[in-house]
Design a protein around this ligand. Sequence first.
Ligand code: ZN
Length: 199
Amino acid sequence: MKDLIRQLLAELGEDPSREGLVDTPKRVEKAYKFLTSGYDADIDRVLNNALFTVDYSEMVIVKDIDFYSLCEHHLLPFFGKCHVAYIPSTRVIGLSKIPRLVDVFARRLQVQERLTNQIADMIRDKTAPLGVAVVMEATHLCMSMRGVEKQNSFAVTSAMHGAFRDNARTRMEFLELIKLRSAVPGVREPAGYACVGDD
Ligand SMILES: [Zn+2]
């Protein structure tokens, strides 16, 4: 990877051997390895015995989870908040594991819509809940830095399964609890679209 970065610097019109850039390939490699470390993560190890059988079927919410990801169309960051809710049937996930699950999928090349779905699907698959909902709000640097449609550089996406899809009251209770005013998820379309990658 270091050779490629050196080549990229030269293609950009830089001198890769100048003092400020000489260690850049090493740093960039390290940074990208970390930012894409989700590919190597083993979900079962992340969850590591944090699935518990319980007699509890009220809504569990973890909101305002910070996340950072890379848009797969431009390799530029998008980042924001993730809100997760589910209604257990027989199993719960240790609360501290949910942000780690978000990181596993965020630390890959992503589009926001797929990232949102992957988190929801994983919680559904691991806990077989009565319902699961994930809402993500993010700023996309590929749009805001390039001055493309600034009003849409903030995107909201949602994935709803089970009770959150079928029951408007459950969905509204969740949205009320996360105080999301910018969108009405639950309808399939997100309120704003993430980078569409066509330029
Ligand atoms: Zn992009």
